[in-house]
Design a binder for this molecule. Sequence first.
Ligand code: NAD
Length: 334
Amino acid sequence: MLLLLLESPHYLLPALHKNNSRVAVLGASGGIGQPLSLLLKNSPLISELHLFDVHLTPGVAADLSHIETRAKVQGYLGPDQLADCLKGSEVVVIPAGVPRKPGMTRDDLFNTNASIVATLTEACAKHCPEAMICIIANPVNSTIPITSEVFKKHGVYNPNRIFGVTTLDIVRANTFVAELKGLDPARVNIPVIGGHAGKTIIPLISQSTPKVEFPQDQLEALVGRIQEAGTEVVKAKAGSGSATLSMAYAGARFAFSLLDAMNGKEGVIECAFVRSEETESPYFSTPLLLGKNGIEKNLGLGNLSAYEEKIVGEALAELKGSIKKGEDFVKNRK
Ligand SMILES: NC(=O)c1ccc[n+]([C@@H]2O[C@H](COP(=O)([O-])OP(=O)(O)OC[C@H]3O[C@@H](n4cnc5c(N)ncnc54)[C@H](O)[C@@H]3O)[C@@H](O)[C@H]2O)c1
């Protein structure tokens, strides 16, 4: 058993730590929110789990509260209870918002999700301005600039504490490379940089651990599959939504890494879409060293192959457009 634990990746090892973090999930009754809350409830890193949504939270909270782990679960329903949900939260994870249907891009969700994210993060800025904010709601390339602008408006902006959760892109890259090379996916690590939509998703296969190589045609097919993996799930679900279970796993992995780092664990690295000076795009995902106060150090892009440099260049215009759209949304909002 001990050997098995020692062989597991760090994000599967919260059982070795114990502490008292307060975590809130906004959108907790949804396709992602429910399994994400289940995974969080299972973690001894968390002592209080607050679940907010506009429907179903009393039921979801009652259900999860019977699980024999120590996190105390409390449900909060509707806007009147949002402040109470957030007060004292150290980490807030936000999967609230509508998912894609076949034929839609993530940007097609902007009109609905921009105001949901702006409203929820406004409440975070007022009631838990110091919390780590982890946004899952799409389009992430716009919802992170929205969150940053909202925090700026309230005078509580700290770019080291606002994260666009892109972990699912890393999880997918690890899985697909492991499948192609006959490796254990838990032992593969591929940084994925850029943003979280189509061509802005840039897996750095040249920086894979362990090192792997592909002929150029196979490499391009692999990169294309990682970029369109979300659409693969949207099509397979045939109108009933997008990735929920794998996203819940990825969201929990990111939250556990963050909590570990906040508790003083050293050397915790995750990619996320954040405020960045690494390229001409004002927000960009790269590997980040996490610490007690969020981002401790941006580890940058590293050495790129000529092909990776090309696809980064091709992503910048779309990224900057999505970022501006998010910033303008908050500027024009009453
Ligand atoms: N970052 C990623 O990699 C990634 C991956 C998959 C999905 N997503 C995104 O996550 C979001 C959620 O997806 P889902 O499949 O869980 O959708 P869903 O429709 O199943 O659930 C969304 C939940 O949000 C709730 N909600 C809506 N407005 C709210 C508000 N104002 N306050 C609180 N809760 C509110 C809904 O009631 C619902 O329970 C979508 O935007 C989707 O595109 C992101």
